[in-house]
Design a protein around this ligand. Structure first.
Ligand SMILES: *[C@@H]1O[C@H](CO)[C@@H](O)[C@H](O)[C@H]1NC(C)=O
Ligand SMILES: *[C@@H]1O[C@H](CO)[C@@H](O)[C@H](O)[C@H]1NC(C)=O
Ligand SMILES: *[C@@H]1O[C@H](CO)[C@@H](O)[C@H](O)[C@H]1NC(C)=O
Length: 893
């Protein structure tokens, strides 16, 4: 959840101070924050509350923020909340000085007219945008008069789905300024009883641990998080907030019974998730796109995922691989059993997969389907087995049949509803709507695989969800004449770790009990589960729980029905589509859900025609700018759009190559005391050098003593600037004057084009002009040697002449990787690389990027170049040795 009040952060506070020479009057320039910490740019946020109530998986969340304009002029106040894509906004109100502007859900077209009118009149408008993988972002801002108070209240609802055995409530926390009263409170009520409950907070510290409580007992669970004002500070003297990240509540319920039925106020819901059933053997065909666009990192990640999946295949399963590019190739002629020999051969097959040519989705899929159908007809697969087709593509059909309607028709006819098709769309060049429609009409789902360093894990994660079918052809039945408007009640597969939810209305109900029957085919035999509920007893039990909301089953039913109507609509045409749209729209309006068919319009109480703010639900296929986002949320500086280059660890150099969506890395082994040139720009004179230090432990007989950068020197002769950063001290010189700080300080120094921010014990950000930004990360190692990491996050103002161990990579360059093969470590394949006209043997590896999380880091996958970067760097590494930290004469490159 994010609350953004336009923060011109500290730079504004310091502007207007000394303008002559840099650091002439350090005391004036380095003024520690003296304005009240509660007020940023005139706005005080005095309360932010996130209140969640979950009743039987149905979550009702309210986010309330109150702020007051303490400035003597009108100010714009921003409110921005990130919520799960699967949630529907149900209400938004704005209260200014006690006057409430309520939100109304309207049909999109109607709302759009009001919205356009409002915008043309210069009025406030809110917006919901896709944000990252799982979230979308609601943003609104209002202009608030001096001295006025504003309250924002946003409500959204969501049915929490069981995923890998857990319900998960994801709350994004990002207040961006210190808040007097900040709290997150969640109350959970589950009629089956709560078995476990956890809150996982990405920004937790020991201190914050004391204000986080989670407890559960019987049917109730409670989570609360109320940090005091001072506990929110990122350091004792900081006025920035430590609260920034994910707050994830996960829980599960008792599952002694295979299911649970609840009936309240004329609606019923049935949750079905039987445990401990044997897994049904499956026949799985992987239909994999190996067209040219898959080459490079995508193919490497796909192979990594397939290899991991092969290691998890069950012994009763049958499998095969179909590779499609311009034509179609199969591993084996038919489906084969997962014997150890076959799995070994499959691994070898996966290793040698290469990517080239066009994309013939139609023939690839049809070959896979035909193979499954034939195996079934010939009886080569197990009798009680089930089949699954998993297709992965990163592009659109451009060879063979390329009309999507025709491909859909061919696939639908070939599968004939017998088993599910799952489509994985890799990246944003796919026609995702087509993949989704095709999967949905064949009892499957589509999933996007985001191009990122964890793409392999996303694919494996998807496979894990469908790897263990427990029941086939599941049919959920209820008293025939007693129900109506029931949601989907038959499913091709029931998978381990998931849950089937069916809801409906009761009609003419005069008995005291309600019976649900579930039939399905298991691995060994056919099964029937019966659930009987005593309605009187249930009503009494629920009445005692005053804090649950009484209409939760009705809203859950409406949510599920709308969700299913919208899905069905994706494949409907003509009149049927209009009918489905009309039904979904009716329900969205009736239950105040902001769905793709409706918008929320905030109107002035006295004038119903005028829109002040609007909330729309975005569709799929919006490319979220994830890099920009992580920068913006993690460090308070402008998000650069350039690639990253950094050196960290012992010392690991990492070079991102954006056009390849991949990275290269290498190590330099040198003796402690050696100074290496990292960056040198002969045009601007900007130079960065680093001095190597060794591990503290003097047990230096071991030859593999690790080395790190312990000192960094930065020079900009144009502004007569030198900065020396060690693991203890930071010294700045300008015009011969020096000024020292320690890593215990939190300081912002600004002077014309230069800005230096020290974030106590964490990192420092150095920006020279707009276009050159470095981040230096401090790694405080307990007992071991502290060390530094250098990250170039913006280099676009450096000249093309820039050189040095890092600097030489600031210009676009290319490389090619092929012949990926098993290396000496099975998890790290080797490959051949052509770069700078050299042919090198490289190894897949990963390094840690500590920009965001300086204690744990996040993994970056890269191709590791051996032997001190030889072949990748110009010359040899000893060419980069310089005599001292501030040496800046031109090198011979
Ligand atoms: C929306 O929220 C406001 C403020 O809490 C409340 O008064 C109003 O009844 C809500 N509207 C709906 C439709 O729930
Ligand atoms: C949709 O069609 C069904 C019959 O197929 C009809 O009963 C229903 O009224 C229609 N709904 C709408 C909203 O038009
Ligand atoms: C890297 O360079 C150092 C110093 O020149 C040398 O001792 C070491 O053997 C080199 N390492 C490799 C793997 O080439």
């Amino acid at each position: 959840m994010a609350l953004v009040l336009r923060l011109c952060i500290f730079l504004t506070l310091l502007s207007g101070l000394g303008t002559s020479h840099f650091l002439i009057n350090p005391l004036r320039n380095l003024r520690k924050r003296s304005l009240p910490d509660t007020i940023v740019d005139g706005i005080e946020v005095y309360s932010t509350k996130i209140n969640c109530k979950v009743t039987s998986r149905f979550a009702h969340n309210v986010v309330t923020t109150k702020a007051v304009n303490r400035a003597d002029t009108a100010k714009e106040v921003f409110f921005d909340v990130e919520l799960p894509k699967t949630a529907f906004i149900t209400n938004f109100t704005l209260t200014i000085d006690g006057v409430t502007y309520p939100g109304n859900v309207k049909e999109k077209e109607v709302a759009k007219k009001q919205y356009e009118k409002a915008v043309s009149q210069g009025k406030t408008a809110g917006l919901v945008k896709a944000s990252g993988r799982k979230l979308e972002k609601f943003t609104v801002s209002v202009n608030v008069a001096a001295g006025s108070e504003v309250t924002f209240e946003l409500t959204y609802e969501e049915l929490l789905k069981l995923h890998k055995g857990k319900y998960e409530m994801y709350i994004k926390v990002q207040p961006k300024q210190l808040v007097n009263n900040f709290e997150i409170v969640a109350d959970i009520y589950e009629p089956q009883g709560i078995k476990e409950l956890n809150a996982d907070v990405s920004f937790i510290t020991n201190d914050l641990m004391n204000v986080l409580t989670t407890s559960f007992s019987g049917k109730k669970g409670h989570v609360s998080f109320k940090p005091t004002f001072d506990q929110q500070r990122s350091c004792p003297t900081c006025s920035t907030s430590l609260l920034n990240g994910d707050f994830i509540i996960t829980y599960d319920v008792n599952r002694e019974q295979p299911g649970n039925v609840q009936v309240v106020n004329g609606y019923f819901v049935h949750f079905f998730a039987p445990q401990n059933l044997p897994v049904v053997p499956k026949n799985v065909v992987f239909v994999i796109d190996v067209s040219g666009s898959m080459s490079g990192r995508k193919l490497v990640q796909t192979k990594e995922a397939l290899l991991k999946i092969l290691s998890d295949v069950k012994k009763d399963d049958f499998l095969n691989f179909i590779l499609f590019s311009s034509d179609v190739r199969t591993w084996k002629e038919n489906l084969v059993p997962a014997t150890p020999e076959n799995l070994k051969a499959a691994e070898e097959f996966v290793h040698q997969i290469q990517a080239t040519g066009g994309t013939n989705i139609n023939d690839g899929l049809l070959r896979g389907i035909e193979m499954v159908n034939k195996a079934r007809e010939m009886g080569t697969v197990l009798d009680r087995s089930t089949s699954i087709i998993i297709m992965l593509t990163d592009g659109e059909a451009n060879v063979g049949e390329s009309r999507v309607e025709k491909i859909q028709e061919n696939v639908r006819n070939a599968i004939g509803g017998k088993y599910p098709l799952y489509n994985l769309g890799f990246g944003y060049d796919v026609n995702y709507n087509f993949l989704e429609r095709m999967a949905l009409e064949n009892n499957g789902v589509a999933r996007r695989i985001y191009e990122d360093s964890d793409a392999n894990l996303q694919m494996q994660g998807f496979y894990d969800e469908v790897a263990n079918p427990l029941l086939i052809d599941v049919d959920l039945q209820y008293p025939q004449n007693a129900i109506s408007d029931i949601t989907q009640n038959n499913y091709r597969h029931f998978y381990e770790g998931s849950e089937i939810v069916v809801a409906g209305k009761l009609v003419d109900f005069d008995t005291n009990s309600f019976i649900a029957d579930v039939k399905g085919h298991g691995a060994l035999n056919d099964l029937t589960f019966t659930e009987e509920v005593d309605l009187k007893e249930m009503e009494k039990a629920l009445e005692e729980q005053e804090y649950i909301f009484g209409d939760y089953i009705e809203r859950l039913w409406a949510y599920l029905t709308i969700e299913q109507l919208l899905e069905k609509r994706k494949n409907a045409q003509g009149e049927e589509k209009e009918n489905l749209t009309a039904q979904a729209l009716d329900l969205s309006l009736k239950y105040h859900f902001v769905t793709p068919l409706t918008s929320m319009v905030v109107t002035k109480p006295e004038d119903n025609e005028e829109a002040e703010a609007i909330a729309d639900k975005p569709g799929e296929a919006v490319k979220a700018d994830r890099i920009t986002q992580t920068y913006a949320t993690q460090l308070n500086y402008q998000p650069p759009s350039t690639p990253y280059y950094f050196v960290d660890g012992d010392p690991h150099f990492i070079i991102e190559v954006p056009q390849k969506e991949d990275a290269l890395c290498f190590n330099i082994d040198e003796k402690p005391g050696v100074v290496l040139n990292l960056i040198r720009d002969p045009d601007t004179g900007i130079t960065v050098n680093g001095e190597i230090i060794g591990e503290k432990e003097a047990s230096s007989e071991t030859k593999n003593r690790k080395t790190y950068f312990g000192k960094l020197g930065i020079i900009d002769p144009r502004i007569d600037l030198k900065i020396e950063v060690t693991t203890q001290k930071i010294t700045l010189w300008s015009g011969g004057r020096g000024n020292s700080f320690t890593w215990m300080d939190s300081v912002i120094i600004t002077e014309n084009s230069l800005s230096v921010t020290i974030n106590r014990k964490k990192n420092m950000v150095i920006s020279i002009g707009d276009g050159v930004t470095f981040v230096i990360v401090l790694h405080p190692m307990w007992k071991k040697q502290d060390f530094l990491g250098l990250y170039t996050v913006d280099s676009h103002r450096m000249s093309t002449q820039t050189h040095g161990l890092l600097g030489q990579f600031f210009h676009p360059f290319d490389f090619e990787v092929f012949d990926v093969r098993p290396g000496s470590d099975p998890k790290k394949p080797d490959a051949t690389m052509i770069v700078k006209n050299n042919k090198l043997i490289v190894t897949r590896g990963s390094q840690k990027d500590y920009r965001k999380d300086s204690s744990h880091g996040s993994k970056v996958f890269c191709w590791f170049v051996h032997d001190n970067g030889s072949g990748l760097i110009d010359g040899v590494h000893t060419d980069y040795i310089v005599p001292d930290l501030f040496y800046s004469s031109p090198s011979h490159f």
